[in-house]
Design a binder for this molecule. Structure first.
Ligand code: ZN
Length: 321
């Protein structure tokens, strides 16, 4: 309901041009341009890519290649420029591939990076981990595309490969990042596992991140503030929970990340705040074969997608950092 109400600001115009009619509306909340139905249909599409919907997207596998082709088509349909960047690792050497999509407008002098890992562990369909994050960042790209006012910044949406064993895809990206791009990048926003069935709403907010990459705390405050505006509680988590955001600190780039919990148990206090079951894992299907379409709490996934999209909007329209 939240998104249905908000979506009015980004309703398509009546003509057949495909253009979206701003009616003079200024985008003061990019989350207003999210399409919740598309989020759910994309998650369904991604989950059913493999033959029986239970295959994995292990780095370097055929399942990963299929998912990459699907994601590429989704982003290209939005008018974004999509590039595959491969790297090699392992014995014997294997080739993995990040997908880097760049928004059609915006200044390369001001860049916002957004990412989610597309790969899974072996034998897990990875719908919560991390199909939920992948469709979040594609939906966020869609919101930017349909926003009635063009963003000031260039936005890059990156689907990482080989996160699950060594966080390699993002490491290679950061290592290869030019000084110009690093200097122009105002933030990296990560989305990883946001629909955990017994989860909680979490945003990375760590004083060490703020010390190393000043601005990180402002990212969490902005995203968390959006949730609070809707009466939705959230918790901070720290850098110990590793994902693709970790390397960006090496270049002094502000980071944050969205997460709904993995194999850790929910406390009684958390169950009081968020509902669900105390002393049970936040995602009992974490890294297993049951991480399928039945393993997603869609309310939390959409709410955290909204918070991430709002944050990226504030950055992309140069109202933050
Ligand atoms: Zn993950």
């Amino acid at each position: 309901m939240l998104f249905l109400l908000l979506s009015l600001a980004c309703a398509p115009s009546d003509d057949d041009s495909g253009a979206f009619d701003s009616g003079g509306i200024v985008v003061d909340d990019l989350a207003a341009c999210l399409d919740a139905d598309r989020y759910l249909s994309r998650l369904d599409d991604l989950a059913h890519l493999t033959i029986d919907g239970t295959g994995d997207r292990l780095a370097t596998s055929e399942g990963h290649a299929q998912a990459r082709a699907w994601a590429r088509a989704e982003l290209e349909a939005l008018g974004w420029t999509v590039e595959e960047r491969s790297f090699q690792w392992g014995i014997p050497l294997r080739t993995a591939t990040n997908l880097v999509a760049t928004s059609p407008g915006g200044s390369p002098e001001r860049v916002v990076l957004v990412g989610a890992h597309l790969d899974t562990v072996r034998g897990a369909p990875g719908v919560n981990d991390n199909g939920t994050g992948v469709v979040a960042v594609i939906g966020l790209a869609e919101a930017l595309t349909f926003a009635p006012e063009p963003a000031t910044a260039q936005v890059q949406v990156i689907l990482w490969d080989w996160e699950e064993a060594g966080v390699l895809g993002s490491q290679r990206f950061v290592q290869a990042m030019s000084d110009e791009l690093a200097a122009a990048t105002v933030a990296y926003v990560n989305v990883d596992m946001i629909g955990s069935p017994n989860g909680i709403r979490m945003i990375l907010d760590d004083e060490d991140a703020e010390a190393l990459s000043p601005g990180s705390a402002a990212l969490a405050a902005t995203a968390g503030g959006w949730l609070e505006d809707y009466g939705l509680p959230w918790e901070a988590y720290d850098l110990e929970r590793n994902s693709d955001h970790i390397w960006f600190i090496d270049r002094g780039i502000p980071i944050t990340s969205f997460w709904a919990g993995a194999g850790g148990e929910k406390s009684a206090a958390q169950a009081d705040v968020y509902g669900g079951t105390a002393d049970e894992p936040m995602d009992s299907c974490y890294h297993t074969a049951c991480d399928d379409l039945g393993n997603v709490q869609t309310d939390f996934a959409l709410q955290l997608t909204g918070a991430a999209t709002h944050l990226v909007g504030e950055l992309a329209y140069a109202r933050l950092l």
